[in-house]
Ligand binder design. Structure first.
Ligand code: PEP
Ligand code: MG
Length: 598
């Protein structure tokens, strides 16, 4: 979207998806031309050959994507490489392939023409559906289509973004995840796209690669020209063409402020998370893979509060075996000793799927065959994981917890299986920590309401606010149209958290939060005031949360929580919490926002 601005400047406003500021010359990528594909008629005798060409192009594309996936996995980790699973699934879709083959025979056309027609129809249908997740699948579809057509027509991709000669800001109608993953990090200063959203794979990839990015710029790729000089503001979602000296000066100041803040936060790295009046909080990190242990150490966190093990299972053809899982869990524990590492058992389902398992499509996947429900029915998979965790527990800092516990019976069933596998290991003479701490995630309202019952059977609780909020408020956590209703400070949520904390403390066990709420500094005093003993957040959030904890008193946090528990309005609670943290740690909220108010 174009905005009026100071003389000579043109401001485009989009959605900020990856923070940072950069400036340089634009490289505007042309939209792919489809003129190369005409409805060329094919002789009857050559139709089978067209189907053969299609099959070969699919095989070649599959190899190409696996290669990109391998490179991304090496460079960024399995979590990021996992997004290419969606691309591989497109290639394996039998309906799509059958429809293209049928069209080749019925209309007697080339493979590229038929493929383009059918794939465009699929992409259009997906992008018209009122669901952000499915709309993003349309972008996966276009990415794969482009690759297949390149193979069928023998054309090279438009620009080789992995080998650029000059530093530049890339502007494109859409940048596919596979292109983003291959961006030449030395030369790509930032990028902007006409389309996209916060949760698109491209946005996720940009954040992982720490490349400033703005999406949803609507018509930027048409309105901007290669060679234009521009400033990209990934904090506020702006691209400013021909920035004036004044603008450049303002941004220079703000970037310096940001760097100074990061330096200042380094001061708390080796210090404990303790309030001014002596309340000690355990501040741990959330991780997805063994290699993340380094980021945990660098953040100054005290161990791992949530190891999301499902990322060990995705982006591969076979399930990880006991030995491989044992090694991954043991490695993290050994790297972070003596700090605790809490391994969460498999939480598949919802928005996380395995390509190697044929799981039926569900109408409501978040209410379906997910997490502990899946594991209690897929005992072979659960057994391998529990044995691996138990074996790794000879590193005595390992603890474990079950996701999505909704009732006592599930917890008892899981614990019975755990005991059975302990006996198995005993019988085999394999050592493990028979006293391993077992906890439950509290992320379903029924678990929070029955927390007193559960608390008698576990050693700790970890509150998964991401799901607790979506289930309590009936707000799909992926749906941007109802995002305004996703309200962490809703009085009902705070009461459920308080109820869980009280039940835990009454039973003499500790309680923490490992949902995104724990990584938001505005929520820190509220959560501590509600009684949290531990907070677990993504490593980049740790320094600011620790800084904040060290600047507040637990008595002030308790007063804030008391106010919140009496208050009728989530907005009012949020306003009070924001004012409190802005007062005690103003530098945390001084992010670059020069154009936001204008
Ligand atoms: C949560 O629900 O808050 C949580 C931490 O689990 P996940 O985000 O993996 O569902
Ligand atoms: Mg959850």
């Amino acid at each position: 979207m174009l905005e009026p601005a100071q003389s000579g400047e043109k401001i485009f406003r989009g959605i900020p998806v990856s923070p940072g500021v950069c400036r340089g010359r634009l490289l505007v990528l042309e939209r792919p031309q489809d003129g190369r594909i005409s409805p060329h008629q094919v002789k009857e005798s050559e139709l089978q050959c067209e189907v053969g060409r299609l099959e070969q192009a699919i095989i070649d594309t599959r190899h190409e994507i696996l290669e990109v996936q391998r490179k991304v996995s090496e460079g960024l980790g399995a979590q990021d490489a996992g997004i290419f699973d969606a691309h591989l699934l497109v290639l394996e879709d039998p309906t799509l392939i059958e429809e293209v083959s049928r069209m080749i025979f019925e209309e007697k056309v080339t493979a590229e023409y038929a493929f383009k027609k059918v794939a465009d129809k699929y992409a259009q249908t997906l992008s018209a559906i009122d669901d952000e997740y499915l709309r993003e699948r349309a972008s996966d579809m276009r990415d794969v289509t482009e690759r297949i057509l390149n193979h069928l027509t023998g054309q090279a991709p438009r620009v080789d973004l992995s080998h650029l000669e000059q530093p530049c800001i890339i502007i494109s109608h859409d940048l596919t995840p596979s292109c983003t993953a291959l961006l030449d990090k030395k030369h790509v200063l930032g990028f902007g796209t006409d389309v996209g959203s916060q949760t698109s794979h491209t946005a996720i990839m940009a954040r992982s690669m720490r490349i400033p990015a703005v999406v949803g710029l609507e018509n930027a790729s048409v309105a901007m020209k290669s060679g234009d000089y521009a400033l990209l503001d990934g904090f506020n979602g702006l691209i400013i063409i021909n920035p004036t000296d004044q603008t450049l000066f303002e941004y220079g100041q703000l970037v310096r402020k940001h760097v100074t803040l990061e330096e200042k936060l380094r001061e708390v790295h080796d210090k404990p998370a303790v309030t001014l009046d002596g309340a000690r909080i355990v501040l741990s990190a959330n991780v997805e893979q063994a290699a993340d242990a380094e980021a945990v150490l660098a953040s100054g966190a005290e161990g791992v509060g949530l190891f999301r093990t499902e990322y060990l299972f995705i982006n591969r053809d076979t399930l990880p075996g006991e030995e491989e899982q044992y090694e991954a869990y043991r490695q993290v524990a050994a790297a972070l000793k003596p700090n605790p590492v809490i391994i969460r058992t498999l939480d598949l389902g919802g928005d996380k799927f395995l390509s190697q398992l044929q799981v039926p499509t569900e109408m409501n996947p978040f209410l379906g065959w997910r997490a502990i429900r899946f594991c209690l029915q897929q005992k072979d998979i659960f057994r391998v994981q529990l044995r691996a965790i138990l074996r790794a527990s000879t590193e005595t800092n390992i603890k474990m917890m079950y996701p999505m516990i909704s009732c006592l019976d599930e917890l008892l069933q899981a614990n019975n299986l755990l005991e059975e596998y302990k006996r198995e290991l005993d019988g085999e003479g394999i050592p493990f920590n028979r006293n391993i701490d077992v906890g439950a995630m509290i992320e379903i309202p029924s678990a929070a309401l029955a927390a007193d019952v559960l608390a008698r059977r576990v050693r700790f609780f970890s509150i998964g606010t991401n799901d607790l909020i979506q289930y309590s408020l009936a707000v799909d956590r992926l749906n941007e149209r109802i995002a305004h209703l996703y309200e962490p400070t809703h009085p009902a949520i705070l009461r459920l958290i308080k109820m869980t904390a009280d039940a835990a403390h009454k039973a003499g066990i500790w309680v923490g939060v490992c949902g995104e709420m724990a990584g938001d500094p505005i929520m820190t005093p509220l959560l501590l005031g509600l009684g949290m003993d531990e907070l677990s957040a993504a490593p980049p959030h740790i320094p600011s949360i620790k800084h904040l904890i060290r600047r507040m008193k637990i008595t002030e946090a308790q007063e804030l929580a008391e106010f919140a528990l009496q208050c009728e309005s989530g907005a009012e609670i949020l306003a009070r919490s924001t004012a409190f943290v802005e007062k005690i740690a103003p530098s945390l909220f001084d992010t670059p926002r020069p154009r936001q108010a204008s």
